[in-house]
Design a binder for this molecule. Structure first.
Ligand SMILES: [Zn+2]
Length: 147
């Protein structure tokens, strides 16, 4: 078990602590940055897991990317894809739903595509989620070329 950033071997305590708090393997040097990000932006830990899942698949993405009006959980800039992790979709109110739709509209107007992924999907189907995002990226790339 090694740190996902620097590949440093993790001891039992380090590994357990990292998995308990972030759900990914990071050493004591690389953990604080993520912990701070979570505290500042209320980043769902599934966003961190997806970020590293994408990284493993060779896709560079940005965590908590500021698009000018709000912070996006994960952004893949080269295909203008924004990914938001839904953590409480089962309790969604009308107001949240219309806000989400409006945000999606603004993103589209700016040439960005926004997809929303339920956090449980990342928790239980990370590989499949990454595979589908790869497919979406492929589609977006073709679309961007067409314009
Ligand atoms: Zn490290």
């Amino acid at each position: 078990m090694n740190c996902l950033e620097c590949n440093k071997a993790l001891g039992y305590t380090d590994h357990k602590h990292s998995m308990d708090t972030l759900g990914v393997e990071l050493c004591s040097e690389h953990r604080p940055r993520m912990t701070k990000l979570i505290e500042t932006n209320k980043t769902p830990r599934e966003a961190i897991q997806l970020y590293y899942g994408l990284k493993e698949a060779g896709i560079p993405s940005m965590l908590e990317w500021w698009d000018g009006s709000k912070s996006i959980d994960i952004a893949i800039s080269r295909v203008k894809l924004n990914i938001e992790i839904d953590t409480e979709y089962h309790m969604m109110t009308h107001e949240q739903a219309i806000n989400d739709l409006e945000e999606a509209m603004h993103s589209f107007k700016n040439g960005f595509t926004t997809i929303r992924i339920p956090h449980v999907l990342i928790k239980y189907y990370l590989k499949e989620t990454v595979t589908n995002i790869l497919g979406i990226m492929e589609g977006l790339r073709v679309h961007i070329k067409a314009i």
